[in-house]
Write a protein that binds this ligand. Structure first.
Ligand SMILES: NC(=O)c1ccc[n+]([C@@H]2O[C@H](COP(=O)([O-])OP(=O)(O)OC[C@H]3O[C@@H](n4cnc5c(N)ncnc54)[C@H](OP(=O)(O)O)[C@@H]3O)[C@@H](O)[C@H]2O)c1
Ligand SMILES: [Zn+2]
Length: 335
């Protein structure tokens, strides 16, 4: 089979097509014919050599978490899925025995890691991590969900929001950003988001963004947000964290899941305790979260935004588009 592998960690030019032996299922596994795999900034960090998870010794490395397709083969002990089933993968890898695996939520597993290997024609995965796709939910659509939408969904849950609340989404045009906007829209929650691109903000308005601030200047954005928000969906980190804190209402919650704009942030400590604000971290979500999102898509509650699809051979171009910040929503590699 063919796979789009990272052959060096210098950026999108480091993606090459390699031949790999067809995977065979071991105990508990299924082999999926991959029809679609969306890419995430997580994959781009790896490709740019900015991830502690993968180094030169791991090359060539096949990334890709968000696999959707059709089951091709299962190990003899697998009964939950069978060849021909249409599925999407929950990429969570958990130990099954720590406190959080026992009590939940599973995404807090002390030994949490993620599946990689979806940027290929076939993927060997843990069969009980597969979620069935209802008729009418295409593989390309489903592949958008497991990382960006599930993460945004969990972040909104952590902020205890209700219809009528207001959420600030700095960087409202990417995978997690658009997902947060759409999920808020479906829940009757108002959003204000930022981008350096007016055109991209216009496209996010079409899927529910209530107010867009076209700026990358922190002081300018702060001045534009004249009413405090109930929550901040912060996937940027860096100086956006202090900004998020300052536009948060008394008792509001900022949920942080990423570091695109910087791995360290400053906080106003007195404001934090005097105004009873909460800053919480969040990573991914649970397999039941993914199931719920698949059901919501099947019920037409929202339609994931896919900017473009790329054949496997052009996976490098998909990463270049992400790096250049050209896209709105998700980029999906199809085989
Ligand atoms: N912890 C988790 O479980 C988890 C899960 C998913 C994602 N994440 C993290 O969340 C972040 C977003 O991931 P994603 O896949 O949604 O990425 P993405 O699609 O590439 O996000 C693009 C968005 O980020 C903005 N952006 C890009 N570079 C920026 C910069 N230097 N400064 C300010 N804004 C910038 C873009 O703004 P413009 O419109 O101005 O270009 C756009 O709105 C990443 O840090 C990722 O690692 C974490
Ligand atoms: Zn665990």
């Amino acid at each position: 089979m063919r796979a789009a592998a990272f052959t060096d960690l210098t950026g999108p030019d480091g993606v090459g097509i390699v031949d790999r032996p067809d995977p065979e299922p071991e105990r508990g596994d299924a082999v999926v014919d991959v029809e679609a795999c969306s890419i995430n900034r997580h994959d781009l960090w790896i490709l740019e050599g900015d991830s502690a998870m993968v180094d030169a010794d791991d090359l060539p490395f096949v990334s890709g978490l968000d696999v959707a397709g059709t089951v091709r083969e299962v190990a003899p002990d697998v009964t939950d899925v069978e060849p021909g089933d249409r599925v999407v993968l929950c990429p969570n890898e958990t130990c099954g025995s720590c406190r959080f695996c026992r009590e939940g939520p599973e995404n807090m597993c002390e030994n949490f890691s993620l599946y990689h290997g979806g940027l290929a024609e076939r993927a060997r995965v843990t069969a009980d991590r597969l979620v069935a796709l209802p008729d009418g939910v295409e593989a390309t659509t489903a592949a958008a969900l497991p990382t960006a939408y599930v993460t945004a969904y969990r972040m909104l849950r952590r902020a205890d929001l209700a219809a009528g609340d207001r959420v600030f989404v700095p960087g409202a045009t990417g995978g997690v950003g658009v997902a947060a906007v759409q999920l808020c829209d479906a829940l009757g929650i108002e959003t204000v988001g930022t981008s350096r691109s007016a055109d991209k903000l216009d496209r996010v308005r079409e899927v529910g963004l209530d107010r867009g601030v076209e700026s990358a200047d922190i002081a300018e954005i702060e001045a534009a947000i004249d009413e405090p928000v109930d929550a901040v969906v912060n996937h940027l980190g860096g100086e956006y964290s202090k900004l998020g804190q300052s536009v948060l209402r008394r008792g509001g919650t900022m949920v942080v899941c990423g570091r695109t704009a910087g791995g360290t942030s400053e906080f106003d400590v007195a404001d934090l305790f005097l105004a009873h604000k909460r800053i919480v971290g969040s990573t991914m979500g649970t397999q039941p979260d993914l199931k719920r999102l698949v059901e919501l898509v099947a019920d037409d509650a929202f339609e994931p935004v896919i900017d473009d699809t790329y054949p496997l051979a052009e996976t490098g171009a998909a990463f270049a588009a992400m790096q250049e910040r050209e896209s709105v929503g998700k980029l999906v590699v199809v085989s």
